[in-house]
Design a protein. Structure first.
Length: 205
């Protein structure tokens, strides 16, 4: 894992797909999960995301933490939602979560941040005359998607470590390491951005 994401090198069609269209597909899928409340449609979207992982040929050791984290989030969210809104609507919420986060993580595994930044910069280039900085927006989009996957991965690793110590039911055994590792990731991310020169222009003002 690099400070800027979870990219897994490969030569699959998803790895070779342009970053811009790939991002639009992810956004369209995420929007689709919100616009529909049909469990059958949401289940089909989850199956489509799963097929994407197979097509991308992501190594199992990279997919396993994703599955573990999605299962954990689905279990926790499902338990709360089941109590609040009932089983039928809970199924819809959980399927939405799995489809959207699964697609976002697949995108981060198959797309490099630099490619995404470049695609957004090219697409929003005409807005530069209005004071918009496309490269900043591109980086913001990339880091947002990367952060979702990174924090999910950290949560899965911390949970597994707690289970190995026999403390999987202790909130402290999860919360403290998760917070520490998240802060470390934030520091590494800040250093990586500083190395790329981000923020230097603000210091010169």
């Amino acid at each position: 894992m690099t400070p800027l994401g979870l990219y897994s090198p490969g030569t699959s069609p998803l790895h070779r797909a342009p970053a811009g269209p790939s991002l639009l597909v992810v956004l369209a899928l995420a929007a689709g999960t919100v616009l529909t409340g049909d469990p059958r449609v949401l289940g089909a979207l989850c199956a489509l995301v799963a097929a994407g992982y197979l097509l991308a040929r992501i190594p199992w050791h990279r997919v396993r933490p994703v599955l573990r984290t999605l299962a954990l989030l689905a279990l926790l969210l499902g338990a709360v939602q089941w109590w609040l809104i009932g089983p039928e609507r809970t199924l819809v919420v959980v399927l939405r979560l799995v489809a959207a986060l699964g697609a976002a993580t697949l995108f981060t595994l198959t797309t490099q941040v630099d490619d995404l930044v470049g695609a957004v910069e090219r697409g929003l280039g005409p807005l530069r005359r209005f004071g918009v900085a496309p490269e900043r927006l591109g980086l913001l989009v990339g880091l947002t998607l990367q952060s979702i996957a990174t924090l999910s991965g950290i949560a899965g690793q911390v949970r597994e470590a707690a289970r190995a110590r026999g403390a999987e039911r202790s909130p402290t055994a999860f919360a403290v390491p998760f917070l520490v590792r998240t802060l470390r990731h934030a520091d590494a991310l800040g250093e990586a951005l500083a190395a790329r020169g981000w923020g230097d222009e603000d210091d010169d003002r």
